[in-house]
Design a protein around this ligand. Structure first.
Ligand SMILES: *[C@@H]1O[C@H](CO)[C@@H](O)[C@H](O)[C@H]1NC(C)=O
Ligand SMILES: *[C@@H]1O[C@H](CO)[C@@H](O)[C@H](O)[C@H]1NC(C)=O
Ligand SMILES: *[C@@H]1O[C@H](CO)[C@@H](O)[C@H](O)[C@H]1NC(C)=O
Length: 360
């Protein structure tokens, strides 16, 4: 299926609709832009990305190692300056994000040097996690990056499994993860840098090779175990005020046998927002993930995720076309009524409220 592009739609609106309608069509692609985070290859962002920022179709940018050079903060200033000229400018900067977890998972130079595992194994894990959160914030601030896609709140099960293999889990007990995760979140957010608890409800039981970036992963724990082990860190991180939660792309049949957590109303709306009371912003993991191969192209996935209640869609394939296709698809879904304008606008409000908190 081919989506009509937002600019074609706008032309259509302008030619067919009375002038009042035309303005609303225009507003729609600008509104949708707040919901999509873009990525780009290498050290030189393509001109087209700047064009899209100017048109108000970009809500943020995720950075990877390949985007990082000494002059990254100049590149980011260029994004923010361009954004200030756009119709979508809301008086606060674009979300600029990266994965600065600690240990080997760091995209920017600087801390945290310790992995989550080392933090958990230190003599004073709470203190070490507090320091890690501060170190992550310093590294991000150095480059004017305002959002960290960390910490990981997974409770690993076996030595060497998916999270433990790279030292990404604070420990194998929910008590340890529930101690360290909120400490990291609090100290990092105190500096004005947004933190993200991931990957809800948890990837701690994923085996060594079970990587949602590559393929579908099913975590067949009982709902009782998911709630009494994996969700415990979230029951502490949410009252601690974590700004964002990233849902995982694993399938958890205990609550939803069809949709992975990030496409699942049951996980997002009933469990995370309903049962755990999360009021902040939800963000997807990489929309191009292999785990979603059964759910259509990236644009279709973006619509499914938004319908299920994800606020921000992460287009992280390092090409600008991907994010643009998702923006166009969301505009079409809103126009066609398959995506509710009411709940989508509530999500926009959450995103704009979060953006007001950013200091860089
Ligand atoms: C940043 O540095 C890279 C690598 O040296 C260079 O290719 C790029 O043009 C520079 N960008 C800016 C905005 O200075
Ligand atoms: C956690 O790991 C420690 C050290 O390997 C082990 O002794 C303990 O039994 C594990 N706890 C759980 C709950 O698996
Ligand atoms: C951009 O990414 C999308 C999604 O992964 C992919 O389908 C498309 O082929 C990519 N385009 C380019 C030019 O790499």
């Amino acid at each position: 299926m081919r989506w009509i592009t937002a600019s074609q739609l706008l032309t259509l609106c302008l030619s067919l609709a009375p002038s009042g309608r035309a303005a609303r069509c225009d507003d729609l692609s600008v509104q949708v832009g707040h919901h999509v985070v873009f990525s780009y290859p290498g050290l030189n962002p393509p001109t087209h990305l700047f064009d899209l920022i100017k048109q108000g179709k970009v809500g943020g940018i995720i950075l990877f190692g390949e985007n990082v050079a000494d002059n990254l903060s100049t590149v980011i200033s260029n994004f923010q300056d361009t954004y200030k000229q756009s119709a979508a400018y809301v008086g606060s900067p674009l979300l600029i994000m990266t994965d600065q977890e600690g240990g080997i998972v760091r995209r920017l130079p600087g801390g945290p040097v310790q992995s989550a595992k080392e933090v958990g194994q230190s003599s004073n894990p709470r203190k070490a996690a507090t320091q890690s959160g501060r170190d992550a914030a310093s590294a991000l601030q150095e480059y004017q990056v305002n959002t960290n896609l960390a910490p990981v709140l997974g409770v690993y099960r076996e030595v060497g499994d998916f999270l433990d293999n790279f030292g990404r889990s604070y420990g194998n007990t929910s008590a340890m993860v529930a101690t360290c995760g909120p400490a990291f979140i609090t100290s990092q957010q105190e500096t004005g840098i947004i933190a993200t608890a991931k990957h809800f409800p948890g990837l701690g039981a994923a085996g060594k090779t079970e990587n949602t970036d590559e393929e579908p992963v099913t975590i067949s724990l009982t709902l009782d175990e998911l709630r009494s082990v994996d969700e415990i860190p979230y029951t502490k991180a949410i009252p601690a005020g974590v700004d964002m939660v990233m849902n995982s792309w694993a399938l958890y049949p205990a609550l939803d046998a069809k949709y992975p957590s990030g496409l699942s109303k049951a996980w997002i709306q009933d469990e995370l927002r309903g049962r755990l009371g999360f009021r902040g912003v939800t963000i997807t993991d990489a929309i191009e993930a292999g785990a979603l191969q059964a759910f259509g192209d990236d644009a279709a996935r973006g619509v499914l995720a938004s319908q299920a209640g994800m606020d921000i869609i992460l287009a992280s394939a390092r090409n600008v076309t991907q994010g643009e296709a998702i923006v166009d698809a969301l505009v079409s879904a809103l126009q066609g009524g398959s995506l509710s304008q009411g709940s989508f606008s509530e999500a926009t409000d959450r995103i704009l409220a979060l953006r007001k908190k950013i200091s860089v």
